[in-house]
Every structure is written in C-alpha cells, then in structure tokens.
Design a protein around this ligand. Structure first.
Ligand SMILES: C[S@@+](CC[C@H](N)C(=O)[O-])C[C@H]1O[C@@H](n2cnc3c(N)ncnc32)[C@H](O)[C@@H]1O
Length: 240
C-alpha cells in the first residue's frame, strides 16, 4: 500500500483510525502487557505495542550504541527506551509530546530497575533537551500516517493523544525531526526513523532531501507482520 505522495492514502487513514479506536476501546484503565520477554505497564491514551507489531520489530532491529548515548523521540510506553538501557547504552534519554506517555515510560523504567540511566522530557520532538545535548543514535517510531491537513476534530483527550501517536497531519512533526536532528547528533551520530508502507515515502523523501539527507533502508519486516511492511530507515547526511 504505497501512497503516491499526492495526499494521504485512504487505506492508511482507515488502518490508523482502526488502531486509534481499538486502543481507545481496549485500554480504558492501566494494564500490563508482555513483549520482548518482559512485562510492561500500559496507561490509557498511550500507543499500545499490543495492537500492532511496530514496537517489537523496531526494538529488536535498532543497532543500539552499547556504551554510548541513545535518544528516543516519542517513547510511548517506553519499551524501546528501557531496552536500550538494558542492552548497555550508557545514557538514554526519552521525549514524548504526551504527558501520559512520559509517565508510562517512567513507570516502565522503574519496573525494570533502570530509572537511574533514563532521563525523560515532555515536549515536541527535541524541545526540552538541554542545548548542548548530543547523541550517538536518535530514533523515532513516528506517527507515520499523514491524515491530511488537520484531521477531524476530536473531543476526547485519550483519543486525541492516540491520534497524535498514529497520525502526523502534513508530516509537520517529521519535518521538525529532520530539521532539528543534525544539531543533536555527535560527529559520527546516526539518525533513524521507524516507518512503514502506510507512510508517504515520497513526501518523506522530499522532506529528507530538503533537510540534507538521503534515505537508506536498514531493515524491513516484509508484509508478514499483520499485513504491514515496517521499515527501519536511516537518514544519511548528503555529504557522507
Ligand atoms: C507510533 S508511537 C510509538 C511509541 C513507542 N515509541 C513505541 O514504539 O511503542 C509515536 C509516539 O510519538 C509521540 N509523538 C507524536 N508526536 C510527537 C511530537 N511532535 N514530539 C514528540 N513525540 C511525539 C506519540 O505521543 C507516541 O508516543
């Protein structure tokens, strides 16, 4: 289901809307789930790694910089962030625009005894980080479905937060990610993005080119993962 780049793909929007509705109806109070051989807390309104396979696929595919620093944008329930610390990243920082997600990541860092190595920030993309902070690897399992201009009005906070985890109208947040990442990477730092064939690859390519990157595909899930091809992408600077 590759979009033409001329606007949101209807199939992708339908799939994303199903994901938001299912999660909103299915997670109405704090609960737990199992993934990557661990038990995790899940709060209502937070992207649920149980309704699709992206979190597990990306977490097992990311080349974590053992001994180095890792930044996860949009940490959600915190599976990838906690795994980065557990696998030996010396410094792990997570941000999310959702206060519920930041709290959820905090819960899971504590549940796995890794709070002392994980810093959390509430904010849009890189907002909230100290100006001098740089990372060896930056990753975002992004809200890769473009819902079009501004999406439909949503009056329920939980649903609004979930929509923000799945949809990025006009890819404006992706644009900020690409524009701001360069100033957040160490000299040999790498910039990754968790994407899928529900996303608009043409639009992403245009944004990447505008920000001085080309896209390299590190790993894809194939369509075996519930009919969606998840793609771990690297944004490689043009001069490399
Ligand atoms: C697809 S979910 C992934 C969550 C988690 N990393 C995972 O893999 O389970 C995208 C996450 O990005 C967050 N997000 C959306 N827009 C954001 C923004 N502008 N800045 C920071 N985080 C954002 C959402 O709140 C959500 O937690």
């Amino acid at each position: 289901m590759v979009s033409s780049g001329t606007g949101p793909s209807k199939g992708a929007v339908v799939r994303g809307t199903w994901l938001v509705s299912s999660t909103a109806a299915g997670v109405t109070e704090p609960t737990t789930f199992q993934l990557q051989g661990r038990q995790w807390d899940l709060l209502p309104g937070v992207f649920a790694p149980t309704y699709c396979a992206s979190t597990g696929f990306f977490t097992e595919s990311i080349p974590f910089p053992v001994g180095g620093s890792f930044l996860e944008v949009g940490s959600g329930a915190g599976v990838t962030t906690v795994t980065a610390a557990a696998k030996g990243c010396a410094r792990v920082v997570a941000t999310d625009i959702s206060a519920a997600a930041v709290e959820n990541t905090r819960l899971n860092a504590a549940r796995h005894g890794l709070s002392d190595r994980i810093e959390l920030y509430l904010g849009d993309v890189f907002d909230g980080l100290e100006p001098e902070e740089r990372f060896d690897l930056i990753f975002w399992n992004s809200p890769f479905i473009d819902s079009g201009a501004d999406g439909r009005p949503v009056h329920d906070d939980t649903r609004q937060r979930l929509r923000q985890a799945v949809f990025d109208p006009g890819y404006r947040a992706h644009e900020r990610y690409l524009a701001g990442a360069g100033a957040r990477l160490t000299a040999a730092g790498r910039l990754l993005l968790g994407f899928s064939d529900l996303g608009d690859r043409d639009m992403l390519r245009r944004l990447a080119t505008g920000a001085g990157y080309r896209i390299s595909t590190l790993r894809t899930s194939g369509d075996l993962v519930r009919g969606i091809d998840y793609q771990l992408l690297e944004l490689v600077p043009d001069d490399q």
